[in-house]
Design a protein around this ligand. Sequence first.
Ligand code: SF4
Length: 294
Amino acid sequence: MSDHVRQAVVDFRPGGGGIARRELAASRISAARSALANCQLCALRCGANRLAEGRGPCGAGLDTSYFTAQLESGDELQLTPTFAIALSGCNLRCKFCITGESSWNPRAGRLLDIPTVVRCAIKALEKGARSIMVLGGEPTIHCPALLSLVSTLPDSARLAIKTNGYYTLEARELLGGLFDDWVIDYKFGNNTCAASVAMAQDYLPVLHENLAWAATSSHLIIRHLLLPGHVDCCWQPIARWIATNIPDVELNLNLAYWPAWQALRCNGIGRLLSDDERRKALVISREFSLNLIQ
Ligand code: SF4
């Protein structure tokens, strides 16, 4: 076990302790709001004062907007159909983001009206939705809104959070113990690709720490979207890291890349995957005996 993995396990402080999830979430809202005065929720650690209209690289303030809240069926089979609530704004700048226009703009869509969204979520559950998923953009930059949401949703609902995994210990302490499933994107296998394609600094140590924490504290699903030209530099080391550190983790390998948003302007990722790249990716999965899921 690497030092980062060991530290993440040590960091984990179970939040449940017999307290109902709603109550636990409600008890943390005030701390989450205070944390916005010197925001350290993501690994960019910009320290913006979001209570005083300060804005960091993510552009998010005190308010949270969302750009969709609807039943969706494109996620992992065990979660789908899911009522997916997509919060606006993100701390990363992935050039290939499929929802880039809304994801990058924290004011896209409409202000999050929690009673209305919760009513729709409950209706969806009554109609047979298996889970409720919060995503983005990046949901962990909106800890106060997440806590308000969880404090209002039924304790019995299966709650999933889908994140880019670029959050901090401070976010983990606010969100730990509240979600049944952490669905984390493992986007890049090295820091150079992470910096050039998504403007993520020091990406791997942060991601590895958060993956280890999620694997220990909840049910973790890892997603990887294979990028064209990134089999050897990204997928291969990702597969190796998973096989070495969390070999049984459920892994959703997406081979259906589409050059969305600004991908056409970014070197190398403005095309579809080749058949050869897809084949090679699957060979690597088999070599490392990864636990692929759909
Ligand atoms: S979430 Fe936004 S404001 Fe907070 S540290 Fe990250 S970039 Fe800065």
